[in-house]
Structure formats: C-alpha cells, structure tokens
Design a protein around this ligand. Structure first.
Ligand code: GLU
Length: 475
C-alpha cells in the first residue's frame, strides 16, 4: 500500500500553528513511507473565503519545506485539488446516497429550522433537525424539485446506534447516534458541506491516513457512516491534540502566536519550528532535543504520538531557535537577517551578524540590538550614571575615551581595547562600570553587541559625535 496523506486547509486567512503541526506529521509520515503528501484546498464555505489565503498556504508550506507532491498548484493525478472545482462530483455522490436510501431531500425553510431550534432551546434540548422531511418519498421529492423548490440533501443518521470511530492514537471512541444531527451534505446553493466533501475526496484521492486536529473528532462518526453508506474502506484516522499554553489555556489569536505568519515575522527558523513541533507529543528514542527533520522522519512513528494536550512552551521554542541560529554560518545568518534589518546596508549586516549571533533567539531581536546603528537612541543623562558612577567620573571616562579614539580610531578593535584597558587600570575604574557608561553613550541602551567591535558599524566620526553628545548631556 502506498501511504498517502493530505493537508486540507480552508483558505480562511491564516494557517493555524495547530494545522502546521498536523501538516508536519502528514508530510513526515508520507515521506517515511516513500508515499505522497497532498494539499487539498477546502473552499466550499464560500462565506469564509479570504482573498490571497490560498497563496499564503503555499508560501507557508514552502517556507517550512513541506512541499506537497500534489496540489492545485502542483497538479497531480487525482485533481482538481480545489473543492470548489469538484462540485459535480459531490452532487453525484450525494444523489447516489439518496437513491440508496441513506440520504434525503429536505425542503424545510430557514425560518422553520430556526423555529425548531428556538423551541428546543427553550426545553434545554440539544438543537437538532426534527427529521420532518425524511417522510417525503423520493418520487414526491423529485416532483417538488422539478417544480423548482429549493432543497438541501441530508444524511440519515441511524436512530439508536453506537458508532465506533477508530483512532490510531486514541483507540476506539464510541458515539451515540441519538446525539448526531441529520447532517446536511449538499446545501441549497449546490455546494457540499465539509463532511461530504472530505469523505468523497479522501476516498477518490486514495488518502490512507487522515491526520487532523481533535476538534474534528465529533465529526468523525458522520464520516464513519458515510464510508459505510458508500461501501468504501476508511482511511486510518489520527486526531492530533489541541495545543495549549503552559497554563493549559488554548493557544489564542489574542496572544499572537497562533498564526504561522507570526513565527516567520518573529524570525523563528522553519527548522527550529519543525523540531519544536515534533517534540510536542513525542520524544526522541535517545531523548535528543535537537535533531533534523530528516532524522525525525527516520525515527518517528505516527502511533507513538501522544494524544494528550501538549504544552506549547514558547520559551522552549525560543531557546531552540537560538540553538539553530548559532548553528548557521555567518553567511547564512547574513541572508536570514536582511529582511529584519531594512535600515542597514548589506555591508553593515555582514559586519553585525557575527556580533549578534550568540545574543539573539529570534531574528527580530536583531533590530532591537542594532537599532543604534541607524538611529541615535535618546536617553536621560542620569542613565549614563550606572553602577555608582558619578557625573564627574562619567565625564572623565568619556572625555578620556574620546581622546583615545581621536588618536587610534575605531577600526582596530584590539588596539582600542588595549588602550582603554590601560586607561581603566591607570584610573582604577571599575571595568564593568566603565564599559556600561561607554556603551550607553554610544548606543543609548544597556544591551548591545560587544561595544568595541560594534564601533566600526558607526564609523570614527559618528562615534566621536555620540561621545560629544553624551558629554554635553553631562555638562
Ligand atoms: N478543512 C478542514 C480545516 O480547515 C480540514 C479538516 C480535515 O483535515 O479533515 O481544518
């Protein structure tokens, strides 16, 4: 059997990191078994479509390196891969279910449905369709359709049956059919609902393993019934756990970090994000924390993923990202930093990259560390008086430093360092305090790259100008 997995996002704006988690497992599992990873665009809910969202899905997957073997863009033998281009297929299968007696036309108006819902709510009942149109014979329904009446197609849910959903991670989950609504399969505008489309497509596209978030678990019994009604073999179902914050709350948009774009914008590296996601519900057999995606593909197995809500610890991801940043060559890092430092010239970025490599966990932090390069960051004079340094001392420190820099310049860091250390020793200053005063005078901040090595980024004249400004503040 050829393993075929699919990622089936709806193009509704952004890719949720929980979907990325499922897509990562889809991709890894398909590749592990020399199978195929399919991208299908589930765009049947026309009201929720967002322009440009499909393009963002391709970009996101490309950035992660999870390139689909088949997709609307890449083509493939089981296309079209965009559900809105498959409407006739769904209609044909829905009609087949009606003919077999597993589905029926429902002519109820939205007003009637709303009325039932309100009445059920009043009685504290779960709102469900009252199956009124099940009584209409097929012949009668066809007459009404021929007269131009609008209808939806609903599936028949058995009256009182235990429906078993097999899940690779969770075992068998039993649902009571009395709790399941006669699900609409085809809406009155001719579009299918998710439930019909997903089952038809997974079957026709020969998907063997369905990996998706656990929020789809309640839909699974409907799918089990549809597979039974069609007489098709079910794919293996894997419902991945909902990702949670360390305080167990759901990852939320409010906190910013649900969207894949956010990770990219913050300067997380795709390989770090994949490594982090891999460890969410799974551990490496040798307890390794850092491993490549290729290694993950080799050693993981879907059945070993834990279904228990894993904690999405952003701090850990940041740590991991720092490790990956430090593994980059200077040349690679320069390329990665460019989009984050539009204010700096390529030469400046090349100079700065090795200075900040050890100091950042996300690429976006580079902008904060290097802000002094393109901007004279303002500060209060008191800010210069760190670690008990008096105004007088600070003045003297900066004045003497200025004299030394006037003499030796800023490009020879070793020479400058030696001269400054001699000065500090002669004056018996505290080394840490001296460099803090100097750093603030130049950068306006306490946290910067190594200060002496940073000076060439500014150049001799600018360094002297900033020292003069600091001295004016202290005057
Ligand atoms: N279109 C669904 C979504 O947006 C896919 C669910 C599934 O994978 O079956 O998440």
């Amino acid at each position: 059997m050829v393993v075929r997995t699919r990622f089936a996002p709806s193009p509704t704006g952004f890719i949720h990191v929980g979907s990325v988690y499922a897509a990562m497992l889809d991709y890894a599992f398909a590749k592990k078994h020399q199978g195929q990873f399919v991208l299908r665009i589930e765009d049947t809910d026309q009201k929720r479509l967002v322009k440009g969202a499909e393009e963002r899905i391709y970009q996101g997957l490309e950035w992660l390196g999870l390139i689909p073997d088949e997709s609307p863009k890449h083509g493939g033998p089981y296309g079209p891969y965009r559900q809105s281009e498959r409407l006739e297929i769904y209609q044909k299968y829905a009609r087949e279910l009606v003919e077999k007696g597993h589905a029926y036309y429902c002519f109820c108006s939205p007003e009637r449905l709303e009325k039932i819902r309100q009445e059920q709510k009043k009685k504290n009942q779960v709102p469900m369709y009252d199956r009124c149109c099940r009584r209409i014979s097929l012949a009668e329904a066809q007459k009404r359709l021929a007269r131009g009446e609008r209808a939806v197609i609903r599936m028949k849910i058995p009256d009182n049956e235990k429906i078993v959903v097999p899940d690779l991670l969770r075992g068998e989950i039993v649902f009571d059919s009395r709790m399941i609504d006669d699900q609409v399969l085809i809406k009155s505008d001719g579009f299918p609902t998710y439930h019909l489309a997903v089952v038809v497509d997974d079957h026709l596209m020969k998907i063997t393993h369905v990996v998706r978030g656990e929020e789809w678990l309640p839909s699974a019994p409907k799918h089990v019934l549809l597979y039974r009604y069609f007489g098709w073999k079910m794919p293996v179902l894997i419902h991945t756990p909902t990702l949670r914050n360390p305080d167990k709350s759901k990852l939320s948009k409010r906190q910013g970090h649900t969207s894949l774009d956010w990770y990219r914008e913050q300067g997380f590296l795709p390989e770090a994000l994949l490594n982090f996601l891999a460890l969410l519900g799974w551990s490496h057999p040798e307890e390794k924390e850092i491993f490549s995606f290729d290694e993950f593909i080799k050693v993981f197995d879907l059945k070993d993923v834990s279904p228990i809500g894993p904690v999405f610890d952003l701090k850990k991801l940041e740590w991991m990202n720092g490790v990956y940043i430090r593994q980059k060559s200077d040349q690679e890092l320069i390329g990665l930093l460019k989009p984050f430092l539009p204010q700096m010239t390529p030469e400046q970025i090349s100079q700065a990259a090795p200075l900040i490599k050890e100091r950042i966990r996300k690429l976006i932090e580079a902008a904060d560390l290097l802000e002094f390069v393109w901007r004279r960051v303002d500060y209060d004079p008191e800010f210069l008086l760190q670690r008990g340094v008096t105004r007088e001392q600070a003045r003297e420190m900066l004045l003497k430093t200025k004299e030394i820099i006037e003499a030796v310049g800023v490009d020879n860091s070793e020479e400058l360092q030696q001269k400054l250390l001699e000065l500090i020793a002669r004056k018996q200053w505290n080394t840490g305090a001296f460099f803090m005063v100097f750093r603030i005078a130049i950068c306006g901040k306490k946290i910067t790259p190594p200060i002496i090595e940073s000076l060439p980024l500014l150049g001799h004249q600018e360094v002297l100008a900033r020292l003069s400004l600091a001295l004016e503040k202290l005057a």
